[in-house]
Design a protein around this ligand. Sequence first.
Ligand code: HEM
Length: 492
Amino acid sequence: MWIFVVALVTLLILGYLYSTRKFDYWKKRNVPHFRPVPFFGTIYPVLMHKRSISQYLCDVYNMTDFSCGGFFLFDKPALVAKDPDLVKSVLMNDFSHFGDRNTAENKENDLLSAVSLFMLKNSEWEEARSRFTSTLSMGKVKAMFPLVVDAADRFVEHVRNVELSREVTECRELSIKYSLEALSAYAVGIQANSFQNSDFYQAARNLQNATFSRIVHSICYFFAHMFVKPFRMKFLEPESVKFVTEVFKKNVKLRREVEHTRVGLLEALIKMEGEFKNYNIDIQGLAISLEYITAGFMSNATTLSFSLYDLCVNPKHQIRLRGEIRSVIAKHGGLTYAALREMEYLDMCLKESLRRQPILGFLDRLCTKTYQIPNTDIIIDKGIPVYISLYGLHNDPRFFPNPEKYDPGRFAPENRDQLERFAYLPFGEGRRNCVGVNLANMIVKMGIVKLLLNFEIVPSKSTPDEITLEPSGFITIPKREEINVRFVKLAE
Ligand code: HEM
């Protein structure tokens, strides 16, 4: 018994000493920081599900007026870059020090996530990025336009047949269906039939569903790497990955057997077999197709639903936008790719919604070489994660006066010069920015345009004054059943 007690006390003392050994890291460097507690560092609000990762990083951002703020991931010091010049250095100028993300490496148990562009590191990332980018050239995105129009037409048809008779429509769920419909025809080569709640829709929906287990896994992938390998964690829900993999393989096989004239992602992935070394279509190819869905469809959908909410509760902007849409379409003789790109007010509205609710609330980078913060004597070591809080920057009154106000005018051409470029980063920046930005813009804008051409979006009896967010997961998610609106048919 005594031996057991002594062993336990010794273990606790050793654990305490180990977990606190770096707790003077930020103090020594005069960087303002949250005060850590043994074993947990400063991130217990995230572990207790009181704050999402994004909210927590915003708390660090707001804690200080200094150019950066420190905190502790368990025993490990980490930094939030606050000053836009420092943000620029981390994301762009000093990319050679910050080329990787601080995500767990887990090739053994979770190969498909490990080879995703989001997770890859070093030279493997460079190669994968050029493969991924080649599937999203301007020409390819333009070629997707008819597929997106088709999906948007089915979206309108669904609203007309099903939603118009409802008092309340939950906008996010609806946007998820449209977004998957718009992406899957290109990315997996099938019509998703989301509006009929198909099996494919269910599987894609579940890939990153905010269940307790997925939330724990994503917190560990970003913040607590030491648990990922021992507990054989997987970033995406395994059963859904299996389902999407089968659909992918079946459709690749079909494409090989029958020559297709359509230019889709699968054709591009097959073509890569002769073009890239270190490329296997069943691993790297599948990872690209899967990442279109994981990185793309929820982000598009949530962005669209926030935009529709903003237009619903700001009717004067909705009316102005509808006016622009009609006049640009009339000028072009139809809703063409060029017409969509010319809609300036649409662009301003979307930018403002992404400012208020960035879908990824933070960017993360890993310091891979000792680094001196410019114009200071602060040196940070290799291995220190550096975060950029998009919530913090996008809601900072220094860069966006009255940040709580919905004001698309901030992004009007005449105001663009006043914008602090590195304080507005909904798609990230630098060489690791969002590879799907053009496609995302096309899909989200098309959804807004088609809906506004056919319907008025008005508040329902349960439309909230403000959207509250889930304090979990790593992407921004509104609370369940939160974005409620009502669709009303426009007078002919
Ligand atoms: C409105 C929708 C979207 C938003 C707001 C969004 C936002 C972002 C952000 C903030 C990042 C991190 C950038 C950084 O660290 O600097 C990112 C990365 C990424 N996004 Fe998107 N995204 C959207 C849609 C898409 C789509 C449609 C795709 C795919 C077709 C996509 C694929 C990716 C990939 C693969 C990365 C990782 C890039 C890399 O590490 O090289 N995203 N996205």
